[in-house]
Design a protein around this ligand. Sequence first.
Ligand code: PLP
Length: 260
Amino acid sequence: MIKKVLTIAGSDSGGGAGIQADLKTFQELGVFGMSAVTAVTAQNTRGVHGVYPMDAAAVASQLDAIGEDLTPDAVKTGMLFNAEIIAAAAEAINKYRWENVVIDPVMIAKGGSTLLQQEAIQAMKEVLIPLAAVITPNIPEAEALTGTQIHTEEDKREACRILHQMGARTCLIKGGHEENGDYSSDLLYDGQAFYEMKSPRIETRHTHGTGCTFSAALAAELAAGRAIRRAAETAKTFIQAAIEDTLEIGSGHGPTNHWA
Ligand code: PLP
């Protein structure tokens, strides 16, 4: 039977990130995609023009509609915007006992727009992170969640330990935002061992939606029954190929190519 994956995330009218990136990635990886929309963003490759959050009750209603009929084999969360929507997502995950939960703690778009209110960070730590099979922060997100500064490999390890202590079963910090080096190095920690995934850094401005695409690929692989390391490796290969082959559409930051 085909595996089903749910994304709880925001809509990107430009089609490069958010729900749109997730559903394209699910399709590409052979799983059936479902979605609960948390916010509508008006954006294109040049940036975000507007953010229109859904009522938390509308998010809960979408999640109940899915929970009463369809059982996702994995769930990913992306842009959640505020504490009320975080609470609605956590409540549904608990109520329907959804597993393989991938938390992509989306906070700020590359252009600087707020995708998670500052005061919602605490709610994310308290109610959502403990439900995570894996959390996939980039460096700034890991710093915001752990209250640490990440400059060295040891800093990255310490942030992983803190996120694991907060309740995430696995922590995967993405190295894409590191400024140094010819490599992008992701670090995975399952509470026992660290596992590093390195790939050559690709110089491009077309990276819109990379985080969304990576976490969607990870969720698809977990739904298919892959163990976490193997799922992370496949997701890494997928996003690497997508960044290498980005689409030069629009006049700003093009999206990663989901057909890679
Ligand atoms: N818009 C939405 C709805 C998103 O969920 C995200 C990222 O998670 C972004 C925009 C950010 O895109 P970018 O990769 O350009 O930072």
